[in-house]
Design a protein around this ligand. Sequence first.
Ligand code: ATP
Ligand code: MG
Length: 307
Amino acid sequence: MKSEIWAIGGGKGGTGKSIITTTLGIYLAKQGKKVSLIDADLGGANLHSFLRIKKPKKSLTDFFEKKSPLKEIIIKTGVPNLQLIVGDINTFNPTSIKYTQKLKFFRHIISINSEFILIDLGAGTHLNTIDSFLLADKKIVVTVPEITSIENLYNFIKKALFRKINRILRDHQLKDVARNAWKNRNVNEIKDIKTFLYYLKKSSNQIKNLIDKELENFKIDIILNQVRNPNDIEIGFSIKSLLIKYLGIDVNFSGYIKYIDSFWDYYNGSQTHTSNENVLCTPLLNKDTHGLVNNLVEDKQLNLFNP
Ligand SMILES: Nc1ncnc2c1ncn2[C@@H]1O[C@H](COP(=O)(O)OP(=O)(O)OP(=O)(O)O)[C@@H](O)[C@H]1O
Ligand SMILES: [Mg+2]
């Protein structure tokens, strides 16, 4: 079975990447899809906590330190159809992962037998995070309607795009062209990534075709989280326009999630749920997220008239 890989990233910390990954996973699993969640936040794993798994017996530490295959460390969750690879929860220095380990990690991920594989990424723009993002078929970014989050999101996507273009040029022995163009950016009047790409594309037809093909496949899905009022939703559309204008990439504004006041009451148990409901839900699993997940699955945009 060919799995569909979704990565959930976005640069800024605390925007809701992990809780959204958990919510998407539970929603899809409840629809009868076989789903695997991977906690690839190598510095701060917490998907297991959002799934109420207290002391996981296996984790990515076993993969990186004991060389256990990924499929041997997958654990069941309380949700039928939903399995989890717990992130590194023991002593482990995320920056110490070797390049070969990273490639092995990616090889193992794509061989997991699931309909959906959802990868939760950490904050920041570490190359391990960017490369995991680039591995995905669906590249989802989460932001909140605040300027600092949007700035980080922009830098995250820019870095990912830059890495992807550099990689493809390197694979065709054309890396020097990009390096020299960037080095001489003042002379060449390159002021941003869009003019950089424009300059590269002008240099040869081969490069133009390569870049055009990469840009065609580089699509971003935006989720706007912690929306507190209807005006915030406009920000999602503005981010989409900004990314198209300055990076020249294809973007979907897939949907938004409201700010939930009682978020922690839900986990701290002061809300009344039966034990079963408790495991099967997250505070974000409500009618808004239904529309959002359907848009992601069907590759559609948020439609305010038919959310
Ligand atoms: N829709 C929401 N309503 C209310 N609170 C929210 C919402 N989404 C996220 N939060 C709050 O933000 C916190 C951080 O969420 P989460 O851990 O998913 O973010 P993250 O982006 O994964 O963070 P990190 O970058 O540190 O991994 C949650 O613990 C919760 O308190
Ligand atoms: Mg997180």
